[in-house]
Design a protein around this ligand. Sequence first.
Ligand SMILES: N[C@@H](CCC(=O)N[C@@H](CS)C(=O)NCC(=O)O)C(=O)O
Length: 406
Amino acid sequence: MIHELNNSDGWAVIMHNVACIVFYNSHQMLLIISFPTFQIPPLSSFRLLHLRRKNTLQMARSALDEMTNSGAFDRTPSTFRNFISKDPTSRFPAESGRYHLYISYACPWASRCLSYLKIKGLEKVISFTSVKPIWERTNENDEHMGWVFPASNDEEPGAEPDPLHGARSIRELYEIASTNYSGKYTVPVRFKTDFQVLWDKKLQTIVSNESAEIIRMFNTEFNKLAENASLDLYPTSLQGQIDEVNEWVYSGINNGVYKCGFARRQEPYEEATQKLYQALDECEDILGKQRYICGNSVTEADIRLFVTLIRFDEVYAVHFKCNKKLLREYPNVFNYTKDIFQIPGISSSVNMEHIKKHYYGSHPSINPFGIIPVVCMTETNKERACIHAAVPVTGMHKKQFSVIDL
Ligand SMILES: N[C@@H](CCC(=O)N[C@@H](CS)C(=O)NCC(=O)O)C(=O)O
């Protein structure tokens, strides 16, 4: 009777006195609603009515659900967009000890912020905590899956309990920051507790959950307090070029891998793959001529690109089906990734154990058994090792960093 059921379609089936509506919800669960036929116009015994599932039934409880009807991944914008300022009279002034950065080592967007915190020398000024890598239920009263804190320091190396509120989940922090946040449970549900979160301890609220803006604040606004204040990753002379590179790197690579991995139809997957490899080819070409993506000095664009490249072969190539070509088959891009990895401070922002656990363990619709590929470890560091630490840098990217900062 029911021939084709897929994620975006539903069917109404009318048999004798009972009508059924059958559809999959956003978690791929088959839902059947039945009701007596007196509620619908009289119809012959067996009649099949094809219903296109309406947008109002779609629920975005995590990135996995941010889908268009064509099966393409469509990221929603971040919600908290305040800016910390070096101006002491502003609402969010740059002050030592006032802000806390919640991150996941697994998340590339959060890792941008952590990288900045480390390379700008802000560790004594802004504290940070990482959650556990694998999403869990955030509240026993509903099915939302998201970022949670460990109960103790020993539960998950790298992750720590919430030092400020003893919260169990990032969701709880959102609910402390905004009482309206629960409003997003209304249909269409758009409940997503985006990472990373920059928390203001004084005003007890979230300053920002948009990594692209947090890194700009870290670059300029804390310079009176930063140990590495002279490092400017967004210099005026290169801003136009950095913005331009960021745009195609974001759409083709940073967000592009997600578009490949979360696509639910072949066509959007192939479109995203084509764009991804065009962008990687472009990087390979550029990095054959110069050391960094915007010239001869490291910039914001390098950090933004790096966080995706470091996850590429170990996660995206397998889990997100980006394996037309591996990163290690691009000699310039591969050496460049190792080069950036070896900038003091960067390697400590990479925790491959958390990265693998998160992706392979948190997306059951992509990896139903949750098997996590084994991480390549070295003797020197059991947590953070990855192929980029083990393979020497060659070519022009060899220049400076001979000691690996593990
Ligand atoms: N535009 C955001 C994106 C952040 C984002 O999507 N983070 C993911 C983790 S990698 C997240 O927290 N997802 C939670 C969810 O899907 O519920 C940023 O760059 O800050």
